[in-house]
Design a protein around this ligand. Sequence first.
Ligand code: MN
Length: 298
Amino acid sequence: MIIAPRTVKLTTRTGIDIQRTLPHRYIRTIGAWCFIDHFGPTEQENAMSVVAHPHVGLQTVSWLFAGEVEHRDSLGSIQIIHPGELNLMTAGHGIAHSELSSTTAGLMHGVQLWTVLPESARDGAAYFDHYNDLPVFKKDQLDIRLFVGELFGHTSPARTFSEMVGAEIDVPAGTMTQLPINESYEYGLLVVAGDLRVNDEQVPVEYLYYQFLGSEEFKIESTGGAKVVLLGGVPFGEEIMMWWNFIGRTHEEIEEMRLDWESQSNRFPAFEDQVHGRIPAPAMPNLRLTPRGNVSSS
Ligand code: MN
């Protein structure tokens, strides 16, 4: 199955568009991956300027191909991220953060991904982790940067709570290869540049190739070269409720998270940054939110 992106405004401040492929109407999660935003490449100044906003019950995974972004959060973290480095924020019970891209770095290109935290961690402590020494290796002709999980005998040190994988793969021009994959994982392959064929299907830039579990390999081909993000994991078994920047399990939980943000409760301590501001939560919908799993599994 090939998932087309939809265009979403990242921020009303700068008007930059991002391409979102997950969640999708039928595919809510790929392993514990529950959100895929692809932004750029763009030369727009302050392309990413997202003022303080909260998260609960998820991890944000920031990964750049070009540019520089400064992260600040309510734990007091201040961290600039560069290409090949990982900013991993575990929200647990609650955290707030802001993100501001550098005005001097020129081109800006990257992904922001979320993972859903399992029951055992979703109400736990918040963490911010930065990794700048991640596994980089070759597999056949492919150049791989592993940011999360395990792949081809390599392991990322990144803090995870589910069995999953995330990697940037550079596919050189003229590639034709069979990539062995884990039969107990489902996978997504997001094309961020170039031309790619997966299992004899052309996958355009910005599109996500989805593979249900049970497959032993991907057939990967590229004529002129491509850059791809590989995401995968054991299907996430819990039904979840994603609303705005929160993931919960019940309507009441989401209402409480929203009220805690709106009332500036100490669930989301205030912090200083250069972006200045605070994104207000949208109004709750009139209907009751209902938990969702993947359509294929519910
Ligand atoms: Mn965020």
